[in-house]
Write a protein that binds this ligand. Structure first.
Ligand code: ADP
Ligand code: MG
Length: 509
């Protein structure tokens, strides 16, 4: 009986796998199918876009057909190209400003206009950006020469009200509508639309759909079509996702060890609360890292300054809450660290989407305590991805990696005349081998790995824990599974000592 059940389950699993892949393959499409102008297709290819994202697949045909549209999708799903490409395709290029995009912040205005410029320049379209805090005259001049204008609500309203500019766009986009609502721009938006022509195609994008946004949509959109992309459909799969099982008191040690080991160019550490952001910021600063905290109640100016410092590399690590990192688009973030696993899957998707942007590879690293393993399973299921378990490298392992990097560096370094002088002087009193030892000791002190040797669970312990969770789940479901593999006491202490010697063999990474 048992064997037959196992075999038939395997067969069903195999066929459903084949079927799923068949449909996946059949559904795959390219940008060619939208039949854009050759030049626009060229620009898409140059941008490295191969396959349209889900929101792009659904929105582009609707927009090309001339409908108003309301799109709901999370950050990082490719909304800019979803509206930008069809609009650019339909623009004639001969009559002033044809497209107006309204975004909540200056930062987003720059991002969106960069992306639109990337696609539009090949067709000779000019893009202007309009936001507060800069001189009017220069901005107005740029607007007068532009085909596409990307603007924040405050300054745009100013310019329209004072009649310094007149706009007659065929396409109007309201991007990140819910964020504009959060920032209190609702009145400005309504005002702006009074100055816009009735005869226009209007598109609205929002990550969430609060009531006020729905009401606004009724006011400014004309029989719109809706596009909703679920949270699991994402733009890119270039993000490797790993988790490490550690005890709560080991989180700080694990984080520092992993940063030491991974050596990220730029990274973001996510915390659940502002309090944690503050604590971790001062702790990491005291450990010599260039960090900055980013949380929800920062002023816009301060926030922008911090983000600029991050982009320029003056700050290497951002420590942020979910709210604060919303919409953050920095291209070269190599690692995202989840100091705590987020409560909901949506936040997880959003957090890890801060890395692996613009075609780069990224790594998302999550620290969990043994009792949070169930959250991992739930997120994997919701998001449809797999997180791989890994073991925090030992001090020794990080040290040897650093030492070998140091050796490489020494071999590659050019000898300077002043170094020769220095060694000559030392040679009066000390023999050359001792000098070498002394110099190496000085350098090595700099790369000394701190902290205890072993942090968190090893691979065997993680597997045992996973097995235990699976058993518990089975028991709830009235399964007849045996007790095999279950560690009834969860007595980690003993196995830890025993496993120490076998730790070398574990998966690193
Ligand atoms: P959203 O506005 O939904 O937050 P963006 O439009 O800013 O997302 O896109 C996020 C990132 O994904 C950008 O770096 C963008 O260039 C990239 N991107 C968008 N669409 C694609 C695609 N089809 N293929 C590859 N990368 C894409
Ligand atoms: Mg966007």
């Amino acid at each position: 009986m048992g064997i037959i059940r196992v075999i038939s389950a395997r067969v069903i699993k195999y066929y459903s796998y084949i079927l799923k892949n068949y449909y996946k393959e059949a559904k795959r499409m390219t940008f060619k199918e939208f039949k854009f102008k050759d030049k626009l297709n060229q620009a898409i290819e140059n941008a490295g876009f191969k396959e349209p994202s889900p929101v792009q697949k659904e929105s582009i045909p609707i927009i090309l057909d001339g409908y108003d549209m309301i799109g709901q999708a999370q950050t990082g799903t490719g909304k800019t190209a979803a509206f930008g490409l069809p609009i650019i395709e339909m623009m004639s290029g001969d009559s002033g400003i044809e497209a107006l995009v309204i975004v909540p912040t200056r930062e987003l205005a720059m991002q969106v206009s960069d992306e639109l410029f990337r696609f539009g320049k090949i067709l000779g379209f000019k893009t202007a950006t309009v936001y507060g805090g800069t001189a009017y005259n220069k901005q107005i001049e740029r607007i007068n020469h532009a085909n596409i204008v990307v603007a924040t609500p405050g300054r745009l309203q100013d310019l329209l009200k004072s009649k310094r500019i007149k706009l007659n766009p065929k396409f109007v986009v309201l991007d990140e509508a819910d964020e504009m609502l959060d920032m209190g721009f609702l009145d400005e938006i309504k005002n702006i639309f009074r100055y816009l022509p009735e005869d226009r195609q209007t598109l609205m994008f929002s990550a969430t759909m609060p009531k006020q946004i729905k009401i606004l949509a009724e006011e400014i959109l004309n029989s719109p079509k809706s596009v909703t992309v679920t949270k699991s459909e994402r733009t890119n799969s270039d993000i490797t996702q790993k988790f490490y099982v550690v005890s709560d008191y080991e989180r700080d040690d694990a984080l520092l060890r992993l940063i030491d080991y991974k050596n990220p160019s730029k990274s973001i550490i996510f915390c659940r609360m502002k309090k944690e952001v503050d604590r971790l910021s001062s702790y990491m600063t005291s450990q010599g890292f260039k960090v900055a905290g980013l949380h929800g109640d920062m002023e816009q100016k301060q926030r922008e300054r911090t983000i600029r410092a991050f982009k320029q590399g003056l700050v290497e690590i951002f420590i942020a809450t979910d709210v604060a990192a919303r919409g953050l688009d920095v291209n070269d973030v190599s690692h995202v660290f989840n100091y705590h696993i987020p409560f909901d899957s949506e936040s997880y998707v959003h957090r890890i989407g801060r890395t692996g942007r613009a075609g780069n590879k990224g790594e998302a690293i999550t620290l969990v305590s043994p009792n949070e393993l169930r959250t991992i399973k739930r997120i994997e299921k919701d998001v449809g991805t797999k997180m791989i378990s890994r073991v925090v490298p030992t001090r020794q392992e990080v040290q040897s990696k650093k030492d070998s990097n140091l050796l490489n560096e020494i071999i590659k370094t050019d000898i300077t005349p002043s170094a020769i002088e220095l060694v000559k002087e030392l040679q009066h009193d000390i023999d050359i081998v001792t000098i070498a030892h002394l110099l190496a000791s000085i350098v090595q002190k700099e790369i000394d790995v701190k902290g205890k040797d072993i942090i968190g669970l090893n691979q065997e312990e993680i597997e045992r824990l996973i097995e235990k969770n699976r058993y518990q789940k089975g028991r709830d479901g009235n399964s007849r599974r045996g007790r095999r593999g279950r560690n009834r006491n969860g007595n980690r202490g003993d196995s830890r000592r025993r496993d120490r010697s076998s730790r070398r063999k574990r998966d690193r990474g």
